[in-house]
Design a protein around this ligand. Structure first.
Ligand code: ATP
Ligand code: MG
Length: 422
């Protein structure tokens, strides 16, 4: 038997409605905020991620699925969604549609990570990107949208952490201070962080190894290095969030794992699903389009991990979607009648009603059991008597109530019953 690849998951037919519920919720909310869906390929030229996400990030350095295709081009499965959207924004001159450009995506991301709870090699993200606005209103709108998704799904026990990591003007001073702080602690740091110290010291602040996290607690804070513009951007954002009664904590330790962030960074973290509790991460990335060869365009966005959202939903028992069930099961007691049932079923489906008929040559009892198991709302039994008298009983499986109908009236009666919730 061939097994599923390590770190990946099937979504089984009995569970896919949960995904659909989350997806339709996020689509609805994106629409409230005027975001339109963008779909980009699941693979891109590797160079996009080297330049867009950053060569010294964990994602690109260690986690990317990279291969040469038959034309000897280096291709990578996308490890995140932002770089591909930025590429598409530039390539399709989306700024011509008028600014701001507001886009969202739902799709898979691939990272060669050590699989564990909440950490997969293929996971799915709902992401949003807002291009063209440098104002803190854009940051606030993006954060409110993520928050509304979490609230609508019923996930209140999620904390919003925000921080500012500065811009190319003030960040070098912060980088320098962080580097010299960690240089004095190098002996107690993990091997990866020793390497980070050379290539990208800010990443150490993000390290999850406990000894590094303890050292990081006393590291310099970016707040002490922000230039006036970054400091004012952050205080305006804080005012906007406070004005909208959006609770948050200023957390000086979050730096986020990608190179492209400037100014605002934020995370929504749940305590219900263990160590991998970050359900959403995002921030501002004003230099991304320029670093990919496009026009300088301020932008802000987030990525939300759908598997982790579903884990929080399961852990908090907040799931309100229902598994799909047919509206009607037509039970037939012999082959001739089954043919007839097949015809009525078609008429009903043409009217937009979901109907099941027996496909397994089962006995009446077994069909009833099946109707129960799949939660059919109504059941009709078609036997010889019903065919001669032209009268059938329609049973509401929840209440047990029955009403009599003439055979010819089934489609029209069903339609009006479903409208009136009998
Ligand atoms: P983490 O700190 O958990 O590694 P990250 O900083 O790598 O997260 P992002 O690149 O910001 O994560 O991705 C956005 C969101 O996607 C995360 O907040 C998380 O919910 C989800 N996510 C990221 N990597 C994985 C993964 N390997 N498996 C499942 N979900 C993931
Ligand atoms: Mg990660």
């Amino acid at each position: 038997m061939i097994n599923i690849p390590k770190g990946t998951k099937d979504t089984l037919p009995q569970d896919s409605y949960k995904w659909q519920y989350v997806e339709s919720t996020v689509r609805r909310i994106a629409n409230y905020f005027g975001f339109r869906e963008i779909r980009t390929p699941t693979f891109e030229y590797t160079e996009l991620f080297l330049r867009g996400v950053g060569e010294s990030t964990d994602i690109v350095d260690k986690e990317m699925y990279t291969f040469n295709d038959k034309g000897n081009r280096s291709i990578s499965l996308r490890p995140e969604g932002t770089a591909g959207v930025a590429r598409s924004y530039i390539e399709n001159s989306l700024e011509n549609n008028g600014l701001p450009v507001k886009m969202y995506y739902i799709g898979p991301a691939f990272r060669y990570e050590r699989p564990q709870s909440g950490r997969l090699r293929e996971h799915h993200q709902f992401g949003a990107e807002l291009y063209g606005s440098p104002t803190p209103y854009a940051d606030a709108q993006i954060i409110s949208m993520a928050k509304m998704v979490l609230d609508t799904l019923g996930l209140q026990d999620v904390t919003l952490n925000i921080n500012s990591i500065g811009c190319p003007k003030c960040r070098p001073n912060f980088d320098k201070a962080v580097r010299s702080y960690f240089e004095t602690h190098i002996d107690s740091m993990c091997e990866v962080c020793k390497e980070r110290l050379v290539k990208n010291p800010l990443r150490i602040l993000d390290c999850k190894v406990p000894s590094c996290a303890t050292i990081a607690e006393k590291a310099p804070s970016p707040a002490d290095f922000l230039c006036d513009e970054c400091a004012s951007h952050q205080s305006q954002l804080i005012n906007l969030l406070t004005d909208s009664n959006l609770e948050f904590k200023v957390n000086r330790h979050i730096v986020r794992g990608l190179d492209y962030y400037t100014k605002t960074v934020f995370e929504f973290v749940s305590t219900l699903i263990g160590a991998q509790g970050t359900v959403c991460g995002g921030g501002r990335y004003d230099n991304l389009t320029a670093s990919l060869g496009g026009k300088n365009t301020p932008a802000v966005g987030f990525g939300m991990g759908l598997e982790r959202l579903l884990m929080v939903l399961a852990a908090s028992n907040k799931f309100t979607g229902n598994p799909p069930a047919p509206e009607l099961f037509i039970i037939s007691t012999n082959d001739n009648i089954t043919k007839y049932a097949f015809r009525i079923a078609k008429k009903l489906r043409d009217l937009g009603i979901s109907v099941e008929t027996d496909l397994m040559n089962r006995s009446l009892k077994a069909q009833l059991k099946c109707a129960n198991k799949i939660n059919a709302k109504y059941v009709i039994v078609l036997g010889d008597d019903e065919m001669t008298t032209n009268v059938v009983k329609l049973k509401n499986m929840q209440t047990g109530e029955e009403i009599s109908l003439s055979l010819a009236d089934i489609p029209c009666e069903m339609r009006s019953l479903l409208n009136s919730h009998f």
